[in-house]
Write a protein that binds this ligand. Sequence first.
Ligand SMILES: *Cc1c(COP(=O)(O)O)cnc(C)c1O
Length: 397
Amino acid sequence: MQTTANSIDAPVRRTFLPFNQPDIGQAEIDEVVDTLRSGWITTGPKTKEFERRFAEYIGVRHAIAVNSCTGGLHIALAAAGVGPGDEVIVPTMTFCATANVVVHLGATPIVVDVEPDTLNIDPQCLEAAITPRTKAVIPVHLYGHPCDMDRISEIAKVHRLLIIEDAAHAVAAEWRGRRVGTLSPATVFSFYATKNLTTAEGGMITTDDDEYGERMRVWSLHGISRDAWKRYSAEGSWYYEVSVPGFKYNLADLQSALGLHQLARLEVMVQRRTELAARYHAGLCDLPEIELPTVRSGIRHAWHLYVIRLRLERLEINRAEFIERLKSEGIGTSVHFIPLHRHPYYRNRFGFQPADFPVADAAYERLISLPLYTRMTERDVDDVVKAVHRVVQRNRR
Ligand SMILES: *Cc1c(COP(=O)(O)O)cnc(C)c1O
């Protein structure tokens, strides 16, 4: 009977709701065209201006624009001298880039479990993983919810660890009234197409440390001394020196053109995300089959992702099937993330077992990221809510 009912009912949406869409306004488009016509398309005045305004927004002395968050994390580690023999602690519940960059430097990523509510790195697991070889820790503010930075900073101080924050999800997030980007020696943001602020591809490193900031800047462009990008301008000179074997991770003015206007709209965009998240909460909180995202007190959530967890013991279908049913209703979703310990490279190299990460592993089976972006309407959110209700009603135990 259920199958018949399903085939008769029209899906909630006739037009498919994509999981994510960027929000590019006319100002961004005009600025890109202006850049193309200006005669200076790669790193130059617009990138400098984007760095200046980003530093001002975050409330930090230095912002170094890079072509990705991955590149930024790589630079932050390299400039701190992390290399072979060193260990860097990372949470398993993250995107692979957080750990891949540690491997790129010949250091060893030490993968640890997460807290059950936020799925952020568990400070107890972090502390237990510290050895005399531990150089750094990379906390990830998962989904835009800040990590417990008080405890992490305390542990880092006692054990003399460098903190490099992966804030790919957390632009505009706050920890106890302080903006993410001001809390540690280095914080790295992502401006990838799906992120809260986008330049298509891009990233930013923030720091208050003049000397570390200067080293990261040098590492970001071939290891060439200050303002290397100026060497083709009237102010520049043909002469330069390479002091370290740096990377090629600079951000182009074409991309910063987008960033300048995205940054100007960031607060409005985050407010919109917050409203849409509240609407999800109101629409889904009566379903005992669904666990909603945690918001601890004393933080500002950046709402990069709205991630629900299925209570599988109350359902007759698994997560993959749930995602398929939502797709049939016209709703695009995703999963953030397949934990590091489940990926063949990390599993095989370190011999990880699911039981080594009980919290992340159990959570992973239940995660579904719902669409959340500024171009969504209230109607769109209501369609997703309706679709989730339908799938639950048809498949509850
Ligand atoms: C997107 C993302 C990255 C990588 O960002 P890029 O700018 O694409 O390099 C790193 N960490 C996390 C948690 C991410 O979600």
